[in-house]
Design a binder for this molecule. Sequence first.
Ligand SMILES: [Zn+2]
Length: 377
Amino acid sequence: MNHSDTLELSLQLLRQPSVTPVDHDCQNIMADRLAKIGFNIEKLRFEDVDNLWARRGTENPVFCFAGHTDVVPTGHLDAWNSDPFQPTIRDGKLYGRGSADMKTALAAMVVASERFVAKHPDHKGSIAFLITSDEEGPSINGTVKVVETLEARNEKMTWCLVGEPSSTNQLGDIVKNGRRGSLNAVLTVNGKQGHVAYPHLAENPIHLASKALNELCETVWDNGNEYFPATSFQISNIQAGTGATNVIPGHLKVTFNFRYSTEVTAEILQQRVLEILDKHKLNYDISWTFSGLPFLTPVGELVNAAKTAIKGVTGVETVLSTSGGTSDGRFIAPTGAQVLELGVLNATIHQINEHVNVDDLEPLAEIYEQILVQLLT
Ligand SMILES: [Zn+2]
């Protein structure tokens, strides 16, 4: 076994300056390797975004590796100790933009598949890859469109492993088996502007809103569950006032966000907010934006396969988590697939001098391969 395979392919991918939404040949590099081991390659380009759907086999169950080839911009080049697109190894660390998020995981997925197919050419079901170049951008023409395409022809994934960097202190210490939902609102409370000395001729929206806002802050929305912490409500912005000391303002504007568990829905939260606002007899306008539905993969085949593989390769007892921001898993989970995120350490993602431990690359490929062994043999 050549133990530099994952590193070699990582270096090749990291040399491509694939700043979102540009793929810059990364998907071709992966597709060429996958085609050689019997994957059927489908390139799905939507506007300026390249996507790859590759599948080996036609049977169910379908195990899919998912991820993205695009990276976030480098920031000031002067701040980097080496060129972000000339991957460099120093002191056992591989530096480069995308090294942690998430090109090394892409390399590990390809290498794991090659090794697995070599040993199990007649494996059960199918192996698939769903790769996009629009995860770090607006996420409009990436995974969501590929999923729509697959759904339209009733092509389903049974299990999906997203290679996002989930680990915190040690490879495999955390896997993400879900994500909280995110719901934003902009609330404008309308009053009536006037002179502070004649409050009976005005309506102070700050005074009117304060009790309602206090109630929103103190409400227990749920208690979370086995997998999710309790839903949280946070005010992120609040503005009112003309700047003058003697003027009661006419309006108050508040922006707030819910990070919510699977114990509630966005609709329930919206309804409960409106009830509180109405109870306090406010005159208001409110607009909502959804930035992601929550999803959850309970303990089952995929979670257990990952736990066993991580334990076998690294000795680490992995912990399930639903913390952190959103990922493309949110587009895949609604199809009914079990979705899990498992990748390298996330300490330096999106930062200057992004890096990974070189010694984590082969173990990650082994973990991925062992998951395939458990699910497809
Ligand atoms: Zn990522």
